[in-house]
Design a protein around this ligand. Sequence first.
Ligand code: CA
Ligand code: CA
Ligand code: CA
Length: 274
Amino acid sequence: MTNHTVFRQLIVSLFFVIFSVSSFAARETIFSDNFESGDTTVWNSTVFGGVISLSVNNAAAINGAFGMNVTIGSPGAFSQVFVQSDSPLTETNYHASFLIDTNILSVPNGDVLGILRGLDVSDNRVFDVALTSSSGQLNLIAHVLDDADAVNTTSPVVLGSGSHTVEVKWEAATSDGGNDGRFRLLLDGSLVATVSNLNNDLDTIDDVRLGAFPDSLSSAAGGDYYLDLFDSWREVPDEVIPSLSEWGMILMLLLIVGSAFFTLRRNSNPVSHI
Ligand SMILES: [Ca+2]
Ligand SMILES: [Ca+2]
Ligand SMILES: [Ca+2]
């Protein structure tokens, strides 16, 4: 191995060591449920509803054997149905993901049907994810509120048939006047909407609800949809103590660096190795 090759190997290894050490970000689970208990008892509260109803059954399973089934019944006085987790604790960054399959859901053009809602300590909406439709296709949108309760609405993105992963990343602004709050919406792992420069330092997430929020739903809506594999977490940056696998990666890279140094030294002093 030439000195040039070894030197290049050394630089690449050092780069990866520095990169891996600097990229630690702990993901702390806040609450998750795959509905495999066959009911909603792990949630803090459930509103099962009437015209719109909520149940946990096998037909609604997207992952595992059970999922949550929301059915929009015959037209009537629509009211919210949801499961609620109180686990978020005045979160300043809140991440949630879930699976959705809209199955045979029909949402008329112009209607809005909320499916996920992040709430503050007073149960006021801070963000939501909702379904709309246009040209016969279901779309995903999100609403994000700021300190003045001004609503930012993201552009509709086509959801498509079958099951999908929806993820939200909500971050409060770091200070009053900082206006650096941010909201991101991901569909099947791809970023589909971002709301930046939010003046939302007064907001935190303290409860989350998953289900149906028929704030603007006409009587022509109907059918059902499935929700499953809910997960939520906070991200804690710059974790001081790396995990076991991260230690393994660091040790491996240090060994590569060490062997490169050894080779460099041997190449520079070949006589002593004859
Ligand atoms: Ca499940
Ligand atoms: Ca709470
Ligand atoms: Ca503010």
